[in-house]
Design a protein around this ligand. Sequence first.
Ligand SMILES: Cc1cc2nc3c(=O)[nH]c(=O)nc-3n(C[C@H](O)[C@H](O)[C@H](O)COP(=O)(O)OP(=O)(O)OC[C@H]3O[C@@H](n4cnc5c(N)ncnc54)[C@H](O)[C@@H]3O)c2cc1C
Ligand code: SF4
Length: 588
Amino acid sequence: MTRKLPATDVVIVGLGWTGSILAHELTGAGLNVVAIERGPWRDTATDFPPAYAQDELRYRIRHDLFLRPEQLTMTFRNNASQTALPIRSWGSFMPPNGVGGGGVHWNAETWRFLPSDFELRTHLVGRYGEKFLPEDMTIQDWGITYDDLEPHYDKFEYLCGTSGKAGNIKGRIQAGGNPFEGARSREYPTPPQKQPYGPTLFAQAAQEMGYKPFPQPSGNLSQAYTNPLGVTIGPCTYCGFCEWFGCGNYSKASPQTTILPALIRRPNFEARTQCEVSKINLDKSGKRASGVTYVDSSGNEWEQPADLVLLCAFQLFNVQLLLTSGIGKPYDPRAGEGVIGRNYSYQVTSSVGAFFDDKIFNPFIASGSIGMCIDEFNGDNFDHGPHGFVGGGYMGAVQTNGRPIQTARTPRATPRWGAEWKKAVAKSYLRSYETVTHGSCYSYRDAYLDLDPTYTDRFGRKLMRLTFDFHDNELKMSTYLTDRLAEVAQKMGPRQLEKHPRRGPYDVTVYQTTHTCGGAIMGAEPKTSALNRYLQSWDVPNLFVMGATAFPQNPGYNPTDTVGALAYWAADAIVNRYLKSPGPLVQI
Ligand SMILES: Cc1cc2nc3c(=O)[nH]c(=O)nc-3n(C[C@H](O)[C@H](O)[C@H](O)COP(=O)(O)OP(=O)(O)OC[C@H]3O[C@@H](n4cnc5c(N)ncnc54)[C@H](O)[C@@H]3O)c2cc1C
Ligand code: SF4
């Protein structure tokens, strides 16, 4: 039996990055906010103490902080001619589970997108013509511009205390920063992290080749910082147990280290953990959300009525809840119609391994976001005309750890086990270095999310199905970026170099990034987008959907700076527009 609770002003589904930002902004505006979170409560002192936080087996190999497939999974296939099967062990991307969401165990590489990324189709068609784009590519403009988002990027970075060096302040190019970035209103809140030997060597090589290296923007802080909410973050100790781990030093920007200490003091905020939202409820008109239904850890079902529903459950689960709740028209790839599930995209990474005789790198001195990068081959920063593809990515020396179980880099011809393998690991551990590219993934007609016809979850709902493969455009891009990266790596003076460009087909079992995007994208019109420019559902105006769900395609950067900026942008629209006149914020 479902028990009905007293109504609240706002219900938030998921208390990760976007849920925490929205809860803080809306409680600040005087609203009563209930956040419902599937996983447990997590605190730095109790959950990530340095005494055991650095346990590679527990966190990296056994996925302690992540969603378990038996809790919830989805099905996967590369294309529509295949039968999708359930994912039984998360691999390629790692869905979060618990307060703080992915913010707990992210690397904290904190990138802004390029101005042209937000007007991608218009920009590329203007420069190269419509015919230059693959016919089945479905890239779109976002319906907002970089300038719209700049104050909100600034707010998120100053919340996090991001460490970096500006490349462009108010249109003036700054020495030592990324000269390709959009104009920012001021310098980063804290200076860049110190760089170890590998990134320093990479930067020297890149500079000699005429590129403009700069430190990767990092949410692992270079120095102590107190953010505008009065929360203090400590300096990073370069422990190297960052990505996949909670930070025991209070040094990684996360909801726990930036927002939650302020939020939990507010009497108009309540968090309910170990409670999974199973449905967004609609009223009889079907055009208004009446609240959500959730199941607690004892299996009891509750209905939480609310005036405003904010979906902050991470890209994949936002789409899943829209599909299973029957909100918006599901995408049909054959007709090219419908919007929920449309424009799913991912990320295209690659690497170049280098083995040295005369150089010692200490890979265990690292942080999640450390590194020196170049941006000459990102977005449309170079002329794509001669190359026959669009897109790009940043590249650099961003080796984030030297953890003992997984950092066993050996040259290609080495046996995979036995005495020779051990010898090669011992020889290479300190004398090898991996450089990486972080490339874009544009959207296509045949890459989408829908409901699986065969498999159901523990609530009896259909599992979500992912249909996705890399396209020639992305594979060409990856080969090109990897070749350019290898040229810089070669200049670092290795004995041996190994290129690993991304190759198809896409393999859902091998970790790449947790940068899944799209599925309920933002845009200028309801025919081709699920959300308007304020992340408000076109169909249900008292429902807003946060996160990378809204990205029409994925640029060549990590998503979370933009996810955070969009959350602030949407919060601003809710407080200053929607609350004054509840209803659609964009009329068409
Ligand atoms: C290992 C790893 C490394 C990463 N590194 C980087 C990086 O360096 N840079 C970068 O930009 N990004 C990185 N990311 C991505 C980043 O973590 C996400 O972009 C960010 O956390 C997304 O914020 P969100 O609020 O959309 O979702 P999340 O922060 O993931 O929060 C979603 C929350 O919703 C909860 N939830 C889901 N479904 C339900 C439900 N039905 N009911 C109730 N609660 C629910 C989840 O448990 C979770 O707590 C990384 C991610 C991972 C996993
Ligand atoms: S590398 Fe720095 S920010 Fe990351 S977990 Fe270690 S101390 Fe924390």
